[in-house]
Design a protein around this ligand. Sequence first.
Ligand code: NAD
Length: 427
Amino acid sequence: MLPDNVPADLAQPTHAGPLATAQTQLAGAIERLGYDAGMHAMLATPRREINVAIPLRRDDGRTELFHGFRVQHNVSRGPGKGGLRFHPSVDVDEVRALAMWMTWKCAVVELPYGGAKGGVAIDPRLYSQGELERVTRRYTSEIMPMIGPERDIMAPDIGTDAQTMAWVMDTYSVNKGYTIPGVVTGKPLEVGGSLGRATATSRGVVHASRAAIGEAGLELSDVRVAIQGFGKVGSNAAVFFAEGGARVEAVSDEYGGVHRSGGLDVPRLMDHVRDTGSVVDFDGGDPIDNAALLTLDVDVLVPAAVEGVISSQNAADVKARWVVEAANGPTTAKADAALAERGTVVVPDILANAGGVIVSYFEWVQAQQAYWWTEVEIEQRLEERMLHAYSAVAEISRREKVSLRDGALLLSVQRVAGAHRTRGLYP
Ligand code: NAD
């Protein structure tokens, strides 16, 4: 039981959506760890938030206004770390949830960071590069006091990319008067990016999948995979799964999907996406919609798009034995319980997609030292960290007889709470 004095909205959030999922997960870990209401409140509440209005001068001269957010959920183990999302459905609660997951993710893979996230409610597909540059620069200048290589470090997320990070870095650097590459990660190589960063999340997803199926004595060549979301993470995951010998039988994006029993020709699919901007109409398979992809008869399901796609509505129909969460928060708390009951192994987001933040950390370390590692060094260190974190989580899950998600949360919440206790309260 939770202590009586835990505020009701922390113990049982009434709102739906990713924040409810994140708070329910935390409440479960707090209960299991026996922490008091004060620690629960500290871990449930963001340290700092900023809410900014971003006026944009459109190319045609009109002015449009957007809302942006940056949330630092926790900075007890180091500077805030987390992506910047451009998506029309961004709101402060989503950013809060994503920031909280970043705290646990950095702790579970032992990076010296807290958790943060940013977002702008904009559909980037509807704006020119020049307009996106102006939005990014204005957003950066509005949140300037909160960010920096020792305060809060941004990275790409849905709807943003290496170019966006270059604009953030340039805006920040010009305002400070000198070049400060460490304020962002995931930036282009020519301005201090790291080899291997662009594909790190996807590589990590495949390392985590290999570790998970390995517990059942299987290898990549034994499994059929379906991937929802064919953006930066999903597309590269498809490439690495296929290179590892897995059969990637279905993929989708927001416009639709494609399916082929026996496996899609991933290199040819990548060419199609490069030419057309979508997996739809690829001639090497049959059309499939997003809902059907999630319940396909495959071994490994990789949600790599948005939150909440596996819910109580479809969890009972998920046939995959493993769900490897490349996306953040793709499984609602109720669906998670339903999957656990059916014996589906869920490799949780905070572990499965940590490859991106691991190589972001490597990029930040390299930028701080102005000394660059080789791609081989980066790939080796990424794999070591992913497999080490997987083993630690699997070990605690076995010991406590809980799911991998609960194991990962126990480990990370303990680490963050430990940092709070050791630092003490000021004043
Ligand atoms: P992206 O913008 O490059 O790609 C998103 C993909 O999802 C696109 O193919 C898009 O068409 C698809 N999509 C969007 N809405 C959809 C819907 N409703 N149904 C089906 N498909 C949909 O973004 P990304 O960087 O690949 O991020 C994907 C997920 O991975 C997000 O949850 C993100 O937070 C998470 N993640 C990303 C990184 C990273 O390094 N980029 C790191 C960790 C976690």
